[in-house]
Write a new protein. Sequence first.
Lengths: 211, 186
Amino acid sequence: MGIIKRNVLFAAVLLLLFHRPVLANTILSTTGTFAVDDAEQSFNFTLASAATVTMRTWSFGGGTNANGSVITTGGFAPVLSLFNASGSQPLLAFDTGGTAPLACGPRNIDPVTGFCLDAYLNDFLSAGSYILVLTQFDNTPNGPNLSDGFFEQGNGNFTGGPFFLNAGTGFQRTGDWAVDITTAPEPSTAALLIPILTLFVIAHAVRTRRV
Amino acid sequence: MTKGLVLAAVLFGLPVAVSAATGIVVGDTYISPINPTINFGNATALNIGGGASALIQVDLSSLPTGLLASNIRRATLTVFVNKVFIAGGLDFSQVTTPWSEGTVTFNTQPTIRGTPFINNVAVNTSATFLTVDITDLVQQWVTGVSPNFGVEITAAVAAPGTVVNLDSKESTSTSHSAFADITIQF
């Protein structure tokens, strides 16, 4: 066996030994169905340490959620609002979806409407407890704190559908929703070892050639 | 400054300072070919795109009487783009026949002047104000060259796939009603 072949095999064996798949850490991945337009669904979660957290829906444009389940398109236009769970429960961020066709970000475009209205939040959060609230567009936060409520609170059929999306020609949607909360994956063992292994392989090759 | 003083200044050519006035919206709605007999005068959003278009009329009665076209130094119309579903552009056209916010539908829609007076104004970002120049239009309205029946806003001919929602004056929680800003000079 040639020197180069031997070195490549050596590196491949090391990579296989140390490789771990890169996966996001799932805090929550769940689905459900709203019965009325002004429904709210809260998700409480706690971070033991600071992390970049992705909070997103899949039910408008469809996709595969963190559980690996295929989520079909057709759900209502969602809004995700993130509040700090402590103190006055201040609003930290909210999202009402992207703008097609060029500002969708990671959201999928719904083939029926042409819109990319899944909600997507990606924030670096410090350790602590948080409340993520799912509502339907345009049932957005009324003020800076959770206690301020939401714009369409108490208006159970504010779309006239329910779940009618008043945009363009108008579209009848469903009450289905799918929400993921995940933290960014730590770099895999393999990813950390690749530079070291590369150097090792080079050094090994040089040494073998000298011998 | 009272209307009388302004009128005197206009008539006698007296130098008068520049002043500003705001034209508030007295009627806004949208019309939709999907629901051609439904009136959306109470809607909190003005739906534009997919054939739907918005109608907006501003009240200019607060302006001094006797104004000449040259007294309208500049006039703008500002709308609040609540949500951009599909980015693109908007056309603004002059409405040439009367309509009523509480009754107008797609089937009873007013006529508009042949071509838009402003074409393909880019609209890409949600939750932003959009301001267009309507100086020529206000000059026509205040001098009686054309009656003030407002403007129609449609997806631009150059960007027909555009879909946006504007805030209407009924969207009271946001206070983002459209308005006209008029600068008068004597």
